[in-house]
Ligand binder design. Structure first.
Ligand code: PAF
Length: 288
């Protein structure tokens, strides 16, 4: 069993990665908020295929939570997380900073990354400032770790597209990779927030993914009234007990509005919906 080195300071991470670079090792980085599940572990395995060394971070980032969101309640399970990472044997080190380590001037009025307008659409419409908070912390983490590869999960597809854009737009020297969503047998995407579901809600939860699959099937069958498809999907989710924020069909590569003339494999269907205390998100890329 390989022990996972636990690092609390930016300088210790810089020293470690500097040592790797000195022997010409490449580094892949997986940022997380902890409470690791098989989805996270699959990203770490993907990272290990892409570089010599894998560095993970665990940090529940205050600047990406709204005032009425679940920052305080977000599950913090560091001991279990370290055990799980040790178990897969591909993680060299985990960076576990406190707030002051990543936000040395405090998290209330820090230097922020402002993302383009896509960050205010879809999930950003319901969570003002969320994606700027994500970008603000991932930018800091990339400055500390300086990896060759950044690995993100497809479940948070809008986050992936926006961070890919940040990296390209700020001319950052890192390759951004998207690892596929891991699902329970009934289709529910793994998420730390699934633990907020009651058993009854858990039984309804796979409807989110099923609805997106139905939208995909309808488009593949030739349905072209996307507005109606989206509205019907919202109605189906509502009937199943969800409180949907949106169901949307977009261009997969940049989440732009569909102009018409796109081939089905260029599209993605995305949804966000509340079920009890949990806000669930999911997406289906038609090319998958
Ligand atoms: O996807 C997440 O867990 C977070 O948004 C991230 C990328 C670790 C930034 O806090």
């Amino acid at each position: 069993v390989t022990a996972v080195l636990e690092l609390r300071t930016a300088s210790s991470v810089r020293d470690l990665v500097g040592g790797m670079r000195a022997v010409r090792e490449t580094v892949a980085f997986v940022p997380t908020m902890g409470n690791l599940h098989d989805g996270h572990l699959s990203l770490m395995r993907l990272a290990a295929e892409q570089a010599d060394k894998v560095v993970v971070s665990i940090f529940v980032n205050p600047t990406q939570f709204g005032p009425n969101e679940d920052f305080a309640a977000y599950p913090r399970t560091l001991d279990e997380d370290i055990a799980r990472m040790t178990g897969i044997g591909v993680v060299a080190a985990v960076f576990v900073p406190d707030v002051a380590e990543l936000y040395p001037f405090g998290a209330d009025d820090p230097v922020r990354v402002t993302l383009p307008s896509l960050s205010r659409e879809l999930c950003g419409a319901a969570r003002p400032g969320h994606f700027d908070g994500v970008a603000s912390v991932v930018c800091r983490l990339l400055n500390v770790v300086a990896p060759d590869v950044l690995v993100l999960g497809q479940k948070d597809y809008q986050q992936f597209v926006l961070l890919d854009r940040m990296v390209a737009d700020l001319r950052m020297a890192v390759r951004v990779l998207c690892g596929k969503t891991i699902r329970d047998a009934d289709g529910l995407a793994l998420s730390s927030r699934n633990r907020y579901l009651t058993p009854q809600e858990r039984a309804s939860a796979p409807r989110l993914h099923a609805t997106l699959q139905d939208v995909r099937q309808a488009v593949l069958r030739g349905e072209s009234d996307y507005g109606r498809l989206q509205a019907d999907a919202v109605a189906i989710l509502r009937k199943a007990g969800f409180r949907p924020d949106y169901v949307a069909l977009r261009r997969a590569k940049d989440l732009g509005q569909i102009a018409g003339g796109e081939r089905p494999e260029e599209l993605v269907a995305l949804a966000a919906a509340w079920l009890g205390r949990a806000r669930l998100i999911d997406n289906v890329r038609f090319s998958d």
